[in-house]
Design a protein around this ligand. Structure first.
Ligand code: IPE
Ligand code: IPE
Ligand code: MG
Length: 243
């Protein structure tokens, strides 16, 4: 335990505080496989995934990351069995209930991206309430992607542009119609569980994000793994098309 702690401290000390990613986005994948390995139902994996969320949110705040976006439920995830979907929704409700005080205490502002109108009215209420109560908090923006799909977001942006009567939009006009309009683009995109794909996540916003894929399953993702991702990011040379 002591050894483990000191290893983590040593890793953490390698972080260059002047070159932190401002916005980290995470595709939290692998809950199901984690549960399967333990011969447990998928929902057991999701329950443990929520524990990881709590740890990583806390750690991101401590590290002074400004925005943490977590992909929690995609527009495609409705195609899962009904009991898994309802289990995920219950976990979300519980998370909001358990974490609101913590967000208020720790200066965390909750945001949600995605079409929440398809969620139950009670859940929408809980979300809107938490967003409203935490909106002036400054230490960290916790941005949860819920019933989020990038193609849906892009189509929605096109419709908003049409409604605004903008016939010749600039990139800025377009970005202003996305759910993420008030947020910087992600600097670092992490995907757990080894899959090398984007799964309809932030297609516009990750144009120049650094991508980090780890084989670690989300319930096993830890502060140490997060530090490793940041250290890897800090070794990259971001050229943005220049030389
Ligand atoms: C990620 O874990 C959580 C959600 C998509 C809600 P998965 O449930 O996708 O886990 P795997 O990919 O089946 O292991
Ligand atoms: C992406 O994971 C969605 C979330 C993490 C919420 P999936 O498990 O749904 O992605 P695929 O099916 O492997 O592409
Ligand atoms: Mg998955």
């Amino acid at each position: 335990m002591q050894l483990h702690r000191s290893k983590k401290v040593a890793l953490k000390e390698q972080i260059d505080l002047s070159n932190l990613p401002k916005h980290v986005a995470i595709i939290m994948d692998g809950n199901g496989r984690w549960a399967k390995k333990k011969l447990m139902p998928r929902l057991f994996g999701h329950t443990n995934g929520v524990k990881t969320v709590k740890k990583i949110v806390e750690f991101a705040r401590k590290l002074n990351v400004q925005v943490l976006t977590l992909y929690a439920f995609s527009t495609e995830n409705w195609q899962r069995p009904e009991d898994e979907v309802s289990g995920l929704m219950k976990l979300l409700k519980l998370y909001l209930k358990q974490e609101l005080d913590n967000m208020l205490r720790n200066d965390i502002s909750l945001k949600v991206i995605g079409d929440i109108s398809r969620l139950s009215p009670e859940l929408q209420n809980d979300i809107n309430d938490a967003v409203e109560k935490t909106k002036n908090n400054k230490a960290l923006v916790l941005n949860i992607a819920l019933n989020y799909g990038s193609r849906q977001e892009i189509l929605r942006a096109c419709k908003i542009l049409i409604d605004k009567g903008i016939k010749n939009p600039t990139e800025k006009d377009f970005a202003d119609c996305l759910y993420t309009k008030d947020l910087p683009d992600p600097d670092l995109l992490i995907r757990t569980s080894g899959e090398k794909r984007i799964s309809n996540f932030l297609l516009w916003q990750i144009a120049y994000s650094e991508i980090y894929v780890t084989d670690v399953l989300w319930p096993d993702f830890s502060e140490e793994e997060f530090i490793k991702a940041i250290l890897d990011y800090q070794k990259r040379e971001r050229r943005f098309g220049k030389i």
